[in-house]
Design a protein around this ligand. Structure first.
Ligand code: IPE
Ligand code: IPE
Ligand code: MG
Length: 246
């Protein structure tokens, strides 16, 4: 039915998973029910992406700003995350998925941090898709941390000023070693970036859908990938140049 070109899949897909709360509220349910339903979508998207051969999948699960939500919601999200990690690690092993986290991990509650560390350790020998969860993640903080790291290496003489390049700088980010996202999807109709991967999405294709995250299933996923495949990535060039390069 679907005719995706396997040669033209995003190597790195990033997703801002938004709209769990609204999904629940529209159904007169508590917000946490939407988050639970959202976890089912995560499971599907992770396994389908890995099956398709996408190399890197990065999911925005909890922002540095989300700590300011009502305490009860933060607490339920952390509990959900811990349960997800415990439940999913065997499936990550079965699918050869390597688990990774970006963000200020030290801000996570101790038990969640431990669950994160265990999932990373257990899956560290896998060489299939890299699944990265952005947890307590904010791009400006990431950039500041990178700038501070670089400044201290410069001051200590570990790096010379003439060595400073885009590549070198990228190595100070949480995403060091991960290619930039080719496609960034955001669900729930919001058309903003909300402090996600500001450096890394310089040339990403952006895709917005009105569908809330719990409803982002096979049909929506393939629609987004189809749409991505129909685009021409010009990187500042003109169309003729791009075609000649191919
Ligand atoms: C996204 O859903 C999940 C998180 C940010 C943790 P939201 O909780 O933001 O849902 P809405 O945007 O309120 O509908
Ligand atoms: C962005 O969603 C963060 C995550 C998806 C984890 P938010 O719901 O927090 O973003 P805003 O507040 O609408 O910008
Ligand atoms: Mg939201």
């Amino acid at each position: 039915m679907h005719t995706l070109d396997p040669e033209k899949l995003p190597r790195h897909l990033a997703i801002i998973m938004d709209g769990n709360g609204r999904w629940a509220q529209e159904r007169m349910l508590k917000r946490i029910v939407g988050h639970r339903k959202g976890v089912e979508t995560v499971r599907y998207i992770v396994e389908e992406s890995s099956r398709l051969g996408i190399g890197y999948l990065t999911l925005f699960a909890f922002s540095s700003e989300n700590w300011l939500r009502p305490k009860t919601e933060v607490r339920s999200l952390m509990a959900l995350l811990k349960r997800y990690l415990a439940g999913e690690t065997p499936r990550m092993m079965a699918n050869n998925i390597r688990f990774n986290v970006i963000g200020d991990r030290e801000e996570l509650p101790g038990d969640v941090e431990r669950a994160v560390r265990e999932a990373i350790d257990k899956t560290s020998g896998n060489n299939g898709m890299v699944l990265t969860l952005a947890l307590s993640y904010g791009a400006r903080r990431e950039l500041l941390r990178a700038a501070a790291g670089l400044a201290s290496d410069l001051a200590a003489g570990r790096v010379r000023e003439d060595e400073v390049s885009e590549n070198l700088f990228a190595g100070y980010l949480y995403t060091a070693g991960i290619p930039d996202p080719d496609l960034l999807i955001r669900t729930s109709g919001e058309m903003r970036i909300s402090n996600f991967l500001l450096w890394q999405i310089a040339y990403s294709e952006l895709y917005f859908t009105d569908v809330n995250w719990p409803d982002f299933g096979r049909e929506e996923f393939y629609r987004a990938l189809d749409n991505y495949q129909s685009r021409e990535r010009r990187y500042g060039l003109i169309s003729d140049q791009v075609r000649k390069r191919r």
